[in-house]
Design a protein around this ligand. Structure first.
Ligand code: ATP
Ligand code: LTN
Length: 335
C-alpha cells in the first residue's frame, strides 16, 4: 500500500451468478478506478448468509465470484481481493457498531423492506443488521471511496452516520467514506420489466443477462427485451423505459453518446437495435469469460491469491479493530 494513494473499498455478495447490472454498475467501475487508488475488494460471503444458501453451491459461487473479479481485471497481485469471512475483524467490528446503531435507522432501510417482503419466511436479525456489517467492512480499511450502484447509497449514508457518531464520542477512529457512482450504468433495469432493477435473484431468466451467458443466449435475451409499440429509438426514461435501458447498456459498452446512438439507429427498427446491443455486450464479455474459465481451472494460483490477500486484509483490518476496541474500553488480550 502506498502512502499517497487514497483507499477504495467495495464488494459483492457471493449469491447467484453476476448480471450485466452488477458488471456495468459496479465491477466495470472498479476496474477503471483500480490504478488510481489502493483497493480492497471483498467477496461478501457473510452478507450472503442473510438469505438461506445451499452450502455446496454457495462455496462454488464464492469461488466463481473471486475468479470473475480477477478475470474482469482486478489484479490480485496489486489489489487486495479477499474473502470477507476469512477476516474475523469484520464480524467483531460489526458487533461493536451494532451497539452504536439505532433500530429507527435500520427500520428505514429500503433493502431490508424489499428483502423482508421477498423472503417473508426468513426475516432474520442478520438481514436487519446487514448495513452495520457493511459499515464495518468499509470502516475497517479507513476507506476514502466506495464505488457502488445507486441501490447501495442508503447503506453508505448509514455507514457515514455510524462513523461520525462513533468519532464524536471517541475521537478520530474512522475515516468518513464517500460514495461513488459511475457516470453510466448506475441502474441497469430488468429486460422484462424496465421499471425494476436487473437483479441476480430474479426468477425470470429472460430478465437478466448473466456475465457467463454465451453470445447466442445474450442476443436471444435482448431480442425478447420488453420495449414499446412505437418503433423510435429515443432516450426517454419516463415514457420509453425499455428502450432507454437498452440505450444505457449500449452506451456503457460502446462508449458512444446517447445522441450518437439515436442517430445511428434513426429510421431503423427495434430488431436491428437489439441485435447491435446484444453483439456489443457479447463482445465486451467474451474476453472476460475466456479468462474466467481459465482461472477456474487454475486452482493453485487462485488459492495462493486468496491466502495472501486474506492475510493482507487482516493486517489492515486488525489495526482499526484494535483501535476501536481500545477506545470503547475493551481490555486487550494478554499475549
Ligand atoms: P440480489 O438480487 O441478490 O439482491 P443484486 O443483483 O442486487 O443482488 P448485489 O450483490 O446486491 O447484487 O450488488 C452488487 C453490486 O452491483 C452493488 O454495487 C450494486 O449496487 C450493483 N448493482 C446490482 N444490480 C445493479 C443494477 N441493476 N444496475 C447497476 N448496478 C447494480
Ligand atoms: N451490500 C453490498 C455488498 C457489500 C458492500 C460492502 C459493498 C457488502 N459490504 C462494502 C461495498 C462496500 C451489495 O452490493 N449488495
Amino acid at each position: 500500500m502506498s502512502e499517497e494513494k487514497k483507499i477504495l473499498y467495495s464488494g459483492m455478495q457471493a449469491t447467484n451468478a453476476l448480471t450485466l447490472g452488477n458488471y456495468l454498475g459496479a465491477l466495470k467501475n472498479w476496474v477503471n478506478l483500480n490504478e488510481e487508488y489502493d483497493c480492497f475488494f471483498g467477496v461478501m460471503d457473510l452478507h450472503s448468509l442473510t438469505v438461506r444458501q445451499n452450502p455446496t453451491e454457495f462455496r462454488q459461487n464464492a469461488r466463481k465470484l473471486y475468479a470473475l473479479y480477477v478475470a474482469a481485471g482486478l489484479n490480485p497481485e496489486v489489489n487486495c481481493v479477499y474473502y470477507q469471512s476469512h477476516v474475523p475483524a469484520h464480524a467483531q467490528l460489526a458487533w461493536i457498531l451494532d451497539c452504536f446503531t439505532y433500530m429507527g435507522e435500520l427500520n428505514r432501510m429500503t433493502q431490508f423492506k424489499d428483502k423482508s417482503q421477498k423472503h417473508s419466511d426468513n426475516i432474520n436479525a442478520g438481514l436487519y443488521t446487514y448495513p452495520v456489517l457493511m459499515a464495518a467492512d468499509i470502516l475497517l480499511y479507513q476507506t476514502d471511496v466506495v464505488p457502488v450502484g445507486k441501490d447501495q447509497m442508503q447503506h453508505l449514508e448509514i455507514t457515514r452516520d455510524i462513523a461520525e457518531r462513533f468519532n464524536n464520542i471517541y475521537g478520530n477512529v474512522f475515516k468518513i467514506p464517500e460514495g461513488y457512482i459511475g457516470k453510466s450504468g448506475a441502474k441497469i433495469m430488468s429486460l422484462q420489466d424496465p421499471t425494476k432493477k436487473m437483479s441476480k435473484s430474479d426468477e425470470n431468466v429472460n430478465a437478466t443477462i448473466l456475465l457467463v451467458d454465451d453470445k447466442d443466449t445474450i442476443i436471444r435475451k435482448f431480442k425478447k427485451a420488453v420495449t414499446d409499440s412505437d418503433a423510435n429509438i429515443k432516450y426517454d426514461v419516463e415514457n420509453k423505459p425499455g428502450v432507454s435501458n437498452l440505450i444505457d447498456i449500449y452506451r456503457c459498452v460502446s462508449k458512444k453518446s446517447i445522441e450518437d446512438i439515436e442517430k445511428e439507429f434513426e429510421g431503423k427498427g427495434y430488431g436491428d437495435f437489439k441485435l447491435a446491443v446484444g453483439e456489443a455486450v457479447a463482445n465486451e464479455l467474451a474476453p472476460i469469460q475466456e479468462e474466467y474459465n481459465r482461472l477456474l481451472k487454475d486452482k493453485v494460483y487462485i488459492e495462493k491469491c486468496i491466502k495472501e490477500n486474506d492475510e493482507k486484509a487482516a493486517y489492515f483490518a486488525n489495526k482499526t479493530l484494535r483501535k476501536a476496541m481500545k477506545k470503547v474500553g475493551l481490555t486487550e488480550m494478554i499475549r
